[in-house]
Ligand binder design. Structure first.
Ligand SMILES: C[S@@+](CC[C@H](N)C(=O)[O-])C[C@H]1O[C@@H](n2cnc3c(N)ncnc32)[C@H](O)[C@@H]1O
Length: 266
């Protein structure tokens, strides 16, 4: 569907969603409208300012990061990584607003990078009881930078950075059978890998969650991947935001495969 049509149909889609009366769908739509229309953001402006101060510092950071862990000889400055790989303010704030509305968020992020999205995530959970944030990253130097930033936001009891290649770290995480209720999949944008993460995560039959996939239109294989994920029988609702694809897994609803389209930004 073209972005023009998505924008044109937005009101109708919003009405359809309201009729569903699903708590997870409501949280997503509320957060979407807040960030899109810049409404009710006053309570969060201070937090957003602090999160963006971190990005601003990274954009001046000349430290060099190496990628030996992937068998690559490339060397990139932190400021370049920050420009290219991190979530932009609008998407990071959308993520923050969703997490902020969950009473006990248990967050998994695949793709820590410099901890820019993680800064928003941790800021959203830091004052909530029974909440925790796990994030995964291969590059040791990126983990170190993110660790130092996260420690300045919240107690170490609130977060864990799992360092290592996902091939090694992901099976160990899955073996713990954790009940995440919000997941941000922003690591390895390859079809087979993303499907492997998805299928492993849904092997937990208790899973009741919002799962966000970044860059679903990044490549033909990611488009294919999104199309497979959203049609999986476990998915109750899916929302295509062009950049993000969000699914809701909610065993308490009998509705399956309701699909919605919205547009926020590229
Ligand atoms: C797009 S960045 C994440 C951006 C971050 N979520 C943000 O918005 O600030 C993806 C990260 O995943 C890591 N990554 C990709 N493939 C990986 C793999 N197979 N094992 C471990 N880390 C991986 C990369 O090193 C990179 O830092």
């Amino acid at each position: 569907m073209s972005i023009f049509c998505i924008r044109l149909n937005q009101k109708r889609e919003l009405n359809k969603i309201k009729e569903e009366k699903n708590p997870y769908l409501n949280i997503i739509v509320k957060s979407f409208l807040e960030v899109k229309l810049n409404k009710k953001l006053n309570d969060h402006l201070e937090v957003f300012k602090l999160c963006e101060r971190y990005r601003k510092n990274l954009l001046k950071d000349d430290r060099i990061i190496t990628y030996e862990i992937f068998g690559l000889s490339k060397k990139i400055k932190v400021k370049e990584i920050c420009k290219k790989a991190t979530s932009s303010p609008i998407w990071a704030q959308f993520l923050y607003l969703i997490i902020d509305k969950l009473s006990t968020p248990f967050v998994l992020e695949i793709g820590t990078n410099l901890g820019v999205s993680g800064t928003y995530i941790l800021s959203a959970i830091k004052n909530k009881k029974n909440s925790f944030f796990i994030t995964m990253e291969g590059v040791p130097a990126l983990c170190k930078i993110a660790q130092s930033q996260f420690s300045s936001i919240a107690s170490k009891k609130k977060f864990q950075i799992i360092q290592g290649l996902y091939n090694n770290t992901f099976p160990k995480l899955i073996a713990q059978n954790l009940n995440f209720n919000i997941l941000f999949i922003d690591g390895n944008h390859r079809k087979n890998d993303t499907l492997y993460y998805f299928n492993s995560l849904i092997s937990n039959k208790e899973l009741q969650c919002i799962m966000i996939f970044d860059d679903i239109n990044w490549s033909a294989e990611m488009q294919e991947c999104w199309s497979i994920i959203r049609k999986n029988p476990i998915v109750s609702y899916s929302i295509n935001y062009y950049k993000w694809g969000i699914i809701i897994i909610d065993q308490s609803t009998s509705k399956f495969h309701q699909h919605f389209y919205f547009h926020l930004d590229y």
